[in-house]
Design a protein around this ligand. Structure first.
Ligand SMILES: Nc1nc2c(c(=O)[nH]1)N[C@H]1C(S)=C(S)[C@@H](COP(=O)(O)O)O[C@H]1N2
Ligand SMILES: [Mo]
Length: 510
């Protein structure tokens, strides 16, 4: 045909086809998110695909994602999905110019993946697949409109009517998608209602938010981690939105009496305020997936004793609104460590990303085996009857926190020769830290000064003054637990039960 003789015209058709394909996908995604908002589900096509992907990542890839993107791993995943969808949609758009069904097949495949992904999600309910289905149908229709406009150009490359038609259609679809997308933000499920309810919530306040006296040492990282600075780790690509008045917790399983609690029931109970340092098992040596906050809530022990756990029960399986589960040893919930159902963090209702309205906090255990956010269900059970979310994914069933220490200053700073403050934190929740030592260039270990110890459930700040000579030096830190055991020096990665090794930094002096 004629257009084969003219490579420029062929290229023109190709890029128009690609643009049409991308715009068709965009229109589909916009319709997908609006319908998710209207249906009150979190499962937009991107969330469905992303969540199903997260559910299937092997531990090494999870570690890599956190190492590369830190707590921005979800933004990176969303961007990755959009790039892949756009690339495939562009190919589909090019194919559709000549053979609509070839392009349509790619669209159907993409929508099919999203629909299937939505079906695998515990939190997607019965309508969770619909946004992806609507997205697919929209994309198919828009793709057809584009292929109709572009087909005539195959025969008459300089057909101005078709060219103008393509531009008009592109502009229309782009504007339409933007408008629908904007609408999606307005009808965005419960988001606004939850933000509003959270703002209006009045909770029992702690007497003071100030850290206990003598705790704060001169160091780079404050003893209290502000809510905005607190690390966030979870599998929720779209954060569950729960209005407190809709919240209910069921306590059931191997118990004498099933309990059901509303948020008001919770507030009627005796409230506890407690400093606890939370740690993620994915934290690398020297990493920042650890934070210390004042948590307010009620004792889990009281609740569990009211329910009456069976004698042979050894665990609870806690479940979040979005289907995450943690398996926690029952003894850690019944002993003196004051494991709690927390509803406030540093004197404020829990931030939505940190589990609003209610989460679990258990001193001494990594988050993945205990700290369920957006908590809705507690089943008293046995470890031989269920597995928590991360266990079949390569992480151990039990996750006691490992003794660790970290240097926070002079990290990445250039310092002058002479006295230099070296400082950081060390933690071994519910065991306690008794000593921290620092060494320079593999020399003798020198004892650092520890800040006061308000409780064994929080991290401890330490500092040491170094008379720094010029040159480049290696600083290392190690901690000892309350029983005098030193921290494990051999390097191990986070999987399957927490990293070990000494935090080592290089400092340029002079
Ligand atoms: N619902 C839910 N809760 C969750 C998780 C999750 O993926 N989903 N991740 C856990 C993990 S691995 C950690 S380390 C802590 C982190 O709590 P934070 O985000 O408030 O710091 O939450 C825990 N609770
Ligand atoms: Mo974690």
């Amino acid at each position: 045909m004629k257009q084969q003789a003219d490579p420029k015209a062929a290229a023109g058709i190709r890029w128009r086809g690609a643009a049409g394909g991308v715009l068709a996908a965009l229109a589909g995604l916009a319709v997908g998110s609006v319908s998710a908002g209207i249906l009150g589900t979190q499962q937009t096509p991107v969330v469905a695909i992303g969540s199903a992907f997260i559910d299937r990542v092997p531990p090494w890839l999870k570690d890599l994602a956190i190492a590369w993107f830190g707590t921005h791993d979800k933004t990176a995943l969303r961007a990755g999905i959009l790039i892949v969808v756009a690339a495939l949609a562009a190919v589909g758009g090019i194919l559709a110019v000549r053979r609509y069904w070839a392009g349509a097949l790619i669209t159907i495949a993409l929508a099919g993946v999203a629909v299937a992904a939505a079906f695998t999600r515990a939190d997607s309910g019965q309508t969770g697949f619909l946004p992806s289905a609507f997205a697919g149908i929209t994309a198919l229709i828009v793709l057809r409109l584009f292929s109709r406009r572009l087909e005539p150009l195959l025969d008459i490359p300089d057909d101005n009517v078709s060219r103008r038609g393509f531009l008009q259609l592109s502009a229309g679809v782009a504007l339409g998608s933007a408008a629908v997308g904007a609408l999606g933000r307005v009808v965005g499920g419960n988001r606004a209602a939850v933000a509003d309810a959270r703002k209006r919530l009045r909770l029992p306040q702690p007497r003071t938010l100030a850290p206990p006296a003598g705790v704060q040492a001169d160091g780079a990282v404050p003893w209290v981690t502000a809510n905005e600075d607190f690390y966030r780790i979870d599998t929720a690509l779209s954060v569950p939105q729960i209005v407190p008045s809709d919240w209910k917790l069921r306590v059931h399983g191997m118990v004498d009496r099933e309990l059901e609690l509303t948020f008001d029931d919770l507030l009627k109970r005796q409230v506890l305020h407690k400093w606890v340092t939370l740690t993620c098992v994915s934290n690398q040596v020297g990493g920042d997936l650890v934070g210390n906050a004042l948590w307010s809530g009620v004792l889990l022990k009281d609740l569990l004793e009211e329910a009456g756990p069976a004698r042979d029960a050894d665990a609870i399986k806690s479940t979040s609104k979005d289907g995450f589960t943690a398996g926690t040893p029952l003894p850690t919930l019944l002993d003196d460590r004051q494991a709690m159902l927390a509803f406030a963090m540093n004197g404020e209702p829990l931030p939505v990303e940190h589990g609003f309205p209610v989460r679990i906090v258990v001193p001494g255990l990594y988050g993945y085996v205990s700290a369920t956010k957006w908590l809705v269900d507690i089943e008293v059970s046995r470890f031989d009857r269920f597995e928590g979310y991360w266990t079949p994914r390569g992480w151990s069933a039990l996750g006691p926190i490992k003794l660790s220490s970290r240097i926070d200053t002079p990290l990445g700073k250039k310092v002058e020769p002479g006295p230099v403050t070296v400082a950081g934190v060390a933690w071994d929740q519910h065991v306690g830290v008794s000593k921290v030592e620092v060494r320079v260039d593999g020399g003798p270990w020198q004892q650092a000064t520890l800040a006061a110890d308000p409780s064994i459930d929080t991290w401890r700040q330490w500092h040491w003054t170094w008379d720094a000579p010029g040159g480049t030096h290696l600083l290392q830190v190690r901690a000892f637990d309350a029983k005098g055991n030193p921290q494990v020096e051999a390097s191990a990665p986070p999987a399957p039960n927490g990293a070990t090794g000494l935090h080592t930094i290089s400092v340029k002096v002079g």
